[in-house]
Design a protein. Structure first.
Length: 142
């Protein structure tokens, strides 16, 4: 892994520059010491901003979830289902989906279908999608 590569991402890496006598962590363990660039073996902060040519202003979201959740591979390679263990209203749920669709994280079709049905759903990861019949099959059964 290169110094700027974390999980396949070219993200900016930082570490907190703790100063003797000036570092006073609060009750959550956070302190106000400055953040400085760091190689991966020293970094304790992974940033969302992407490093490299032609990436100024681009980000790969990094989200701190303060609740239980699971990321499960779906039946389609390279696709996943996120299960978040927090109850929200349907209005809140659709706001989350709309924001994610606007950002290109989920498909608008998923957000729209969830709104139309009144609930969200994903296929069980061990239950493959049924193949659609071919046009030849449709013609031969008519």
């Amino acid at each position: 892994m290169s110094d700027n590569d974390f999980g396949g991402r070219k993200s900016r890496l930082l570490r907190q520059d703790h100063q003797d006598g000036a570092c006073n962590p609060n009750s959550n363990g956070y302190c106000s010491c400055a953040l400085v660039e760091a190689p991966i073996h020293e970094a304790d902060v992974i940033c969302s901003d992407v490093r490299g040519l032609f990436t100024d202003g681009r980000h790969k979201p990094v989200i701190d979830l303060d609740l239980s959740c699971q990321l499960i591979p779906s039946g389609s390679p390279g696709h996943y289902h996120l299960y978040i263990d927090k109850e929200v209203s349907f209005a809140q749920y659709t706001k989350i989906l709309d924001a994610m669709a606007e950002a290109g994280i989920v498909q608008w079709g998923f957000a729209d279908t969830t709104r139309e049905r009144g609930y969200g759903s994903v296929r069980h990861p061990d239950r493959p999608k049924r193949a659609l019949p071919t046009q030849d099959y449709i013609l031969s059964t008519v």
